[in-house]
Design a protein around this ligand. Sequence first.
Ligand SMILES: O=C(O)CCC(=O)C(=O)O
Length: 336
Amino acid sequence: MELQEKLPVSIFTEVDREIFLRDIYQERRPAVLRGVNLGSCLEKWTVEYLRQKGGDKDVKIHVSTVPQMDFLHKNFVYKTLPFSDFVKRASERKHSDFFLCEDESYYLRSLGEDVRKEPADLSKQFPDLAEDFHLPQFFGPDQFFSSVFRISSRGLQLWTHYDVMDNLLAQVTGMKRVVLYSPQDALHLYLSGDKSEVLDIDSPDLKRFPEFVKAKRYECVLEPGDLVFIPALWFHNTVALQFGVGVNVFWRHLPADSYDKKDPYGNKDPVAATRALQALERALHTLDELPADYRDFYGRRMIQRIQKRTLCVEQDSGTTLPSSQFTKPGCESGEM
Ligand SMILES: O=C(O)CCC(=O)C(=O)O
């Protein structure tokens, strides 16, 4: 018996800006976009071509003895290689030159020039390759945040995490399995920050993670030329079914000042969320001044208040609306 039902991600063809904005973007659900013009990269980006055009620029990569990379327990090391050497190694199964073992796995998530301050931008770090990649203009140029090279060895699995910006992940070569979970399933994913502690999503340890089976698993397999729209806060976990090259583009879906200014990766919580979480910590600290039975009593009332003010209600169509749209802040329950 399957652990979790695999729900398909809707596939759309012949998507232009108007269709994207009207039928996909508004829904705030993942979607695969097939047949969008990604430019000449689809024909050109062979291993040889990438090595030649990408050149010898140093890149920082993840290297691991196993294909399942685990950020929380750091089962990989960061190493630096010239881009051209990295592409060669990532594309082969066994390596004559290696760091850890001859069948080690590689992953590149490209970075900006100043790693701590600048988001990745393909046109700045790899201008000769960026010419071949055409991203459809589904959002305004002022919303653009970053474009990131994602290059993986065959079998490479990236941990489940969310990002705070909207994302189009383009698969240029190779096939990739993408599993997604709704933000509404966050509590079933055993989060540590923006990452899930459940590493093996196909065969999870249900003694440690009994709630995990409650999370609805959406799944798609990307082929070269496909894009997957990953709305902000949707969790995703990817497996490269073959050596694969992709580019993902993050853009700001909220007003620019909602985001943390010191966030080159696009995964720091929006400033208002960070402030709210800090305020919650302070409130809990204040509650610690009371005995346990009082903490329990006021804790329950706080939970109810938070639920009433923030949770979305499931609609028949599968879309969600914040329940606060139906209640006036401050007089939602009349009981507090
Ligand atoms: O496919 C990958 O390499 C990971 C993609 C990813 O995490 C992202 O686009 O945010």
